[in-house]
Design a binder for this molecule. Structure first.
Ligand SMILES: [Zn+2]
Length: 197
């Protein structure tokens, strides 16, 4: 087995609380399950602090969370990593996703998105992003980026989802890509800052 294969086979699970409040019982439950799973499989438990909400994150809450995990006797093997300290890594991968056309900038304002959402709801449809910015040309993106920069606005970055609607099978994991085509996840709300990573 190559070192890459060995690394892919290694069981690595996280507990990833947000330091925006005291430790929530749901986080403690997930952490306990992941801890037991990691120990059972001879894998590693990684503690990652999800401090992506810069306004609401507070080091006091982080302290409380760590203290409570210790009290619960849940021992992590790596971390704590903080999302806010890993922006250089995310910047690199966001750049790669954009370059490979697997993600795109979305310049829609919150107000526009909310109007479209209300419109879809009023027609009894499940609200979803309409993909407007997925079709922008390179020139449009440059123009809108400059405009956003001038106006102090920050475009979000969305995943460009596979257009295939056929379910794919990869090893024993069945991926229903149709679901993902509906969603166009926002991967980054601030430049270089993760949203769902
Ligand atoms: Zn958009």
């Amino acid at each position: 087995m190559s070192s890459v294969e060995a690394k892919l086979k290694e069981i690595r699970v996280t507990m990833a609380p947000s330091p925006t409040g005291l430790l929530h019982v749901g986080n403690a439950r997930t952490a306990l399950f992941n801890y037991l799973f990691a120990k059972h499989e001879g894998g590693k438990l990684i503690l990652r602090i999800e401090d992506t909400d810069l306004e609401r994150s507070n080091p006091e809450f982080e302290k409380d969370i760590l203290k409570n995990f210790e009290w619960l006797d849940i021992k992590w093997d790596e971390g704590p990593y903080r999302q806010s300290e890993r922006t250089a890594i995310y910047a690199e991968y966001l750049g790669k996703l954009l370059k490979e056309n697997k993600a795109y900038y979305c310049f829609c304002s919150e107000e526009d998105l909310e109007l479209k959402r209300q419109d879809q709801l009023s027609r009894g449809e499940a609200p979803k992003y309409d993909g407007k910015c997925a079709k922008l040309s390179k020139e449009d993106v440059d123009k809108l980026s400059n405009e956003a920069l001038r106006n102090g606005k920050n475009p979000v970055i969305r995943f460009r989802n596979p257009s295939s609607t056929r379910p794919r099978t990869q090893s024993n994991l069945r991926i229903e890509t149709r679901l993902f085509t509906q969603l166009a996840f926002v991967v980054s709300k601030r430049k270089n800052f993760p949203n769902h990573l």
